[in-house]
Write a protein that binds this ligand. Structure first.
Ligand code: C2E
Ligand code: MG
Ligand code: MG
Ligand code: MG
Length: 303
């Protein structure tokens, strides 16, 4: 009888939750349908500064996708990227982001070198800002990815050394020779590879030796508790030293306050990204930020 009751209670519960569950599915379905109809030009790329923690100077920008929707307002990547990955739409969408972001970097460089003519590749004694683009595992594994990369370099005219690709640990979960070969070919072109959300995946650390990785982006979840938890501090410091030993650069993600920034500086973390320095900006605002910086106007912490 107890079992029977549990079963019927379960059933009743299922009934009770059914409408909510279904509405979640309906919503997902509606968003997918809208995604199917969306023109690629209706998307938008925004740019969030990555800064040198010591000087506050902009080292580069991460390109982040947005979907300004006619009825839903601004749809954020966490809502539509998983759908686009599932449907395969991430492949053309990702190629589009790659070209947009690369063209944008070319425009920054033209703007900065025009203002500060000097040796090529150098503006005001600082290196030109790079652009960092997220690449989903499905997009990376797509057979045409390498060709798309070459096409995107040609089409935008970006110097490959100004391009960083952000991959996630998921791609490196198992040893995959094709992935390794492709990563090597990309780095031979001069493109750098970053591991995004570092520390949140389940892959073995041995991939750090095997794959040609230049940058580790320490996930925001580690930075959040930096000022409150000695354990988190030790972890972030450990990752920073590990990266240093392996010849990689570290970027702290999600830096929101000066306490976090100062702790990161004290442990020798070179780079950071977060709302403390800049929100993701539209193309014009990112250019204004660079212009202000190149004119010596202090931008650091004022955004
Ligand atoms: P991500 O690559 O780890 O990007 C960083 C995310 O953290 C961005 O969210 C950014 O706005 C947010 N963020 C940065 N600093 C702070 C901070 O100080 N505080 C807080 N609370 N958040 C901060 P966003 O733009 O919503 O993107 C979310 C995720 O969507 C990205 O995480 C990335 O995984 C994915 N994504 C975005 N654009 C693309 C794209 O073009 N292609 C692919 N495949 N994925 C993308
Ligand atoms: Mg990223
Ligand atoms: Mg990240
Ligand atoms: Mg993230």
């Amino acid at each position: 009888l107890a079992l029977y009751e549990a079963k019927t209670a379960g059933k009743r519960q299922w009934r009770r939750y059914h409408p909510a569950l279904q509405s979640g599915m309906v919503e997902r379905h509606a968003l997918q349908e809208s995604l199917d109809r969306a023109e690629i030009e209706s998307f938008k790329v925004v740019y969030q500064a990555i800064v040198e923690l010591g000087s506050g100077r902009v080292a580069g920008f991460e390109a982040l996708l947005r979907w300004p929707h006619s009825t839903r307002g601004m749809v954020m990547p966490e809502q539509f990227i998983p759908l686009a990955e599932e449907s395969g739409q991430i492949v053309p969408l990702g190629s589009w982001v790659l070209v947009q972001a690369s063209k944008e970097a070319v425009a920054w460089h033209a703007m900065l070198t025009e203002r500060n003519p000097g040796p090529p590749g150098v503006a005001l004694g600082a290196k030109l800002p790079y652009v960092s683009v997220n690449v989903s595992p499905r997009q990376f594994r797509d057979r045409s990815f390498f060709e798309v990369m070459q096409w995107s370099l040609d089409r935008s005219g970006i110097d490959p050394s100004s391009l960083v690709l952000e991959l996630t640990e998921g791609l490196l979960l198992r040893r995959d020779d094709r992935v390794l070969k492709e990563m090597r070919a990309l780095t031979e072109l001069g493109i750098r590879i970053a591991i995004d959300d570092f520390g949140t995946g389940y892959s073995s650390l041995s991939y750090l030796r095997e794959f040609p990785i230049s940058i580790l982006k320490i996930d925001k979840s580690f930075i959040d508790e930096l000022g409150h938890s000695p354990q988190q501090y030790a972890l972030v410091e450990g990752i920073t030293h590990l990266a240093d030993t392996l010849g990689m650069k570290v970027i702290a993600e999600g830096v929101e306050n000066t306490t976090q920034r100062d702790l990161l500086i004290s442990m020798g973390c070179p780079l950071g990204q977060g709302f403390l320095f800049s929100r993701p900006l539209d193309s014009e605002s990112a250019q204004s930020l660079l212009l202000a910086e190149s004119s010596g106007i202090p931008t650091h912490g004022t955004l």
